[in-house]
Design a protein around this ligand. Structure first.
Ligand code: ADP
Ligand code: MG
Length: 595
């Protein structure tokens, strides 16, 4: 017996069990490691079976190259890997695994069977292990490829077994893992069987779009916009969910770095920034993000289970992601790159209905107007008022990025929402939210360019504010002046307002000041960051300006729709509420059982 103080090198079996604590913490991580091995081996088809959430049984079978008997025996040894040879290789590793730990670790905490055969061999090899000890090695007949079966995970580590959650929960983690890899490898065929019931069967050679539709259905795909962006050697592509499709947690954010599912704090921040003002706090956009950069620029070695990556130049990655998201969402759609599941735009003249068109004879004809397909750099220089008459710019220069070429106002619902028809479907617009978005962008642009125009009031207004609001306004006098508000302090809670930013139009000084004070009051943690106060003021002022309008002409509505197409962020108002809700004809056809 060794005394308590003496140092000993741990026997491999103990070391493996400890390593297993890092690599294997639940059935889903076993599934992950085995899938990665199959992918690294170049398998075309991967089949996964789990029983009881993976607690009782996990099997991953592939049609890859298989292993010789000697290699199979080596593969379950600690630090046995065919993927790197020395330290320098870690820098340029392009396989999913390279630590040589997974098989040894999994085998040390389960009853483990590895069955493998190379195509050229007549017989395969089967290795049976329990708790890391080899029980049996024999020749066996089996199909080419490799199958690993894991029974009774953690049977010999009761402490860890106790940490497992319900079968349901473990299964949902396994499923998530499956989705992550099936998504990032649409070229491979996949099957998932849960408690002997097949839940997914995905064909080989799919495109990414097909894979998304297969996994989530086509209606899901309608809420996605393609991302494709490159900046300083960092390529960002995939799909960004529209703000309306945001979720209450991050479970639908699929992020891959050089093909590996990965997370990094900087990516979370980049997403939040990319969607800033588009998605309210506590909501998480749906996203499929693939980030590609030279392998020397990213360290995948920081986390034993390779969950977290570190970037050499994280600022660059962050900026690339923010830009990529912003530009994906900047236009209501992109006709050049089809969104998965969306149909080819129909000929406007023929309408979207091809089969079963119905004419209602005495329906009043609604005017169709051209929706601007404009140059991609939008210009908002159409005048001071968002509701100015159409200038005709929509006609000649076409914007390939705009989703529709024509549009018509069908009417209004609920005394508020505008119902539009386009070549692709029905669109509902909240005119207040839309107007707010446009005003906000124009105002922010003028602020950025320091050319806010102030308009003097015919008769200066005296405004009495609640004490708290008065305090806030007083504290921000300089800012307000710089933003075109002519405000002077009259002592106590009184102010005199003699000018307002011109772009806001006619509105009551009291309403706008009260709204602005409230906006500045909602500081929270972001208060004090650069540009925060301006943004708050602009947002609040625009809300006040929009509230003041209660009447719109049809022409103004049309102009609103046209201007929205040119907005930087057309989908939500500055407070994060949606401006437009789409219902594509493909979705309608489906709902009516036509397709
Ligand atoms: P790593 O993946 O880090 O190399 P593993 O313990 O996961 O370490 O696997 C050890 C080795 O076993 C791999 O390097 C590979 O050579 C071999 N191997 C594992 N799984 C498979 C498989 N499905 N097909 C072919 N070879 C495999
Ligand atoms: Mg591995």
């Amino acid at each position: 017996m060794a005394s308590a103080q003496s140092i000993q090198v741990l026997p491999d079996q103990v070391a493996n069990k400890i390593a297993a604590g890092e690599v294997v913490d639940r059935p889903a991580s076993v599934v992950k490691e085995l899938i990665e091995n199959s992918l690294d081996a170049g398998a075309r088809r991967i089949e996964i079976d789990v029983v009881a959430g993976g607690r009782k049984y996990i099997s991953v079978r592939d049609d890859g190259p298989g292993m010789s008997r000697d290699d199979a025996l080596l593969s379950v040894e600690r630090h046995a890997t065919s993927k790197i040879r020395d330290v320098d290789d870690i820098e340029s590793v392009h396989t999913l695994g390279f630590r040589g730990e997974a098989l040894a670790a999994i085998a040390s905490v389960s009853r483990f069977t590895l069955t493998t055969r190379r195509r050229e061999d007549l017989e395969g090899t089967e290795i049976t292990m329990a708790g890391g000890r080899i029980l049996d090695v024999r020749e066996t007949g089996c199909p080419p490829g490799t199958q690993i079966q894991v029974r009774h995970l953690f049977f010999n580590v009761p402490a860890r077994r106790k940490f497992l959650r319900t079968e349901q929960t473990e299964l949902s983690h396994v499923r998530h893992m499956f989705l992550v890899y099936a998504l990032s490898h649409p070229d491979r065929g996949w099957r998932l069987t849960v408690d002997e019931r097949e839940t997914h069967r995905l064909p080989e050679q799919s495109s990414f779009q097909e894979r998304i539709s297969d996994l989530f259905g086509t209606s899901y795909a309608d809420a996605l916009r393609p991302i494709d962006h490159e900046r300083e050697g960092v390529r960002v592509h995939g799909y960004a969910g529209l703000p309306r499709a945001a979720r209450s947690d991050r479970s639908e954010q699929y992020i891959f770095v050089n093909g590996r599912p990965a997370s990094a704090p900087v990516l979370g921040h980049a997403l939040a920034q990319g969607y800033h003002t588009l998605v309210p706090k506590g909501r998480y956009p749906l996203i499929f993000l693939f980030i590609e950069l030279p392998s020397g620029q990213v360290d995948v070695n920081v986390h034993p289970a390779k969950k977290e990556v570190r970037f050499r130049r994280s600022g660059q990655v962050r900026d690339a992601v923010i830009e990529a998201i912003r530009s994906a969402l900047s236009h209501p759609g992109d006709s050049a790159t089809p969104v998965p599941g969306s149909e080819e735009p129909a000929d406007p003249a023929a309408g979207a209905m091809t089969e079963g068109t119905l004419i209602i004879e005495d329906l009043p004809v609604a005017r169709t107007f051209r929706y601007p397909r404009m140059p991609s750099l939008p210009s908002l220089e159409t005048g001071a008022d968002a509701y100015a008459a159409p200038t005709g710019t929509g006609g000649e220069e076409e914007n390939r990025d705009a989703p529709w070429s024509w549009c018509r106002v069908l009417g209004q619902a609920g005394g508020l929402y505008v119902v539009l028809e386009t070549e692709d479907g029905i669109v509902l617009m909240d005119p207040h939210a839309a107007h707010e978005r446009l005003l906000f962008e124009r105002f922010m642009r003028q602020i950025r360019e320091q050319r806010v125009q102030s308009q003097g009031l015919l008769s200066p207004e005296s405004v009495e504010l609640p004490p708290q609001d008065a305090l806030i306004v007083r504290r921000n006098m300089d800012l307000l002046k710089a933003m075109g508000f002519g405000v002077s302090d009259f002592g106590g809670a009184s102010f005199i307002v003699d000018a307002l930013p011109q772009c806001l139009g006619n509105l009551s000084a009291l309403t706008v000041l009260a709204e602005v004070a409230r906006g500045l009051d909602q500081g929270g943690t972001r208060a004090g960051t650069e540009g925060w106060a301006e943004t708050q003021v602009a947002r609040a002022a625009c809300r006040a300006a929009v509230k003041a309008r209660d009447r719109l002409s049809l022409q103004e509505i049309e102009q609103l729709v046209i201007d929205l197409a040119r907005a930087e962020m057309p989908y939500t108002c500055p407070h994060g509420r949606p401006t437009l809700i789409f219902m594509g004809f493909s979705e309608l056809h489906r709902k009516f059982g036509r397709s």
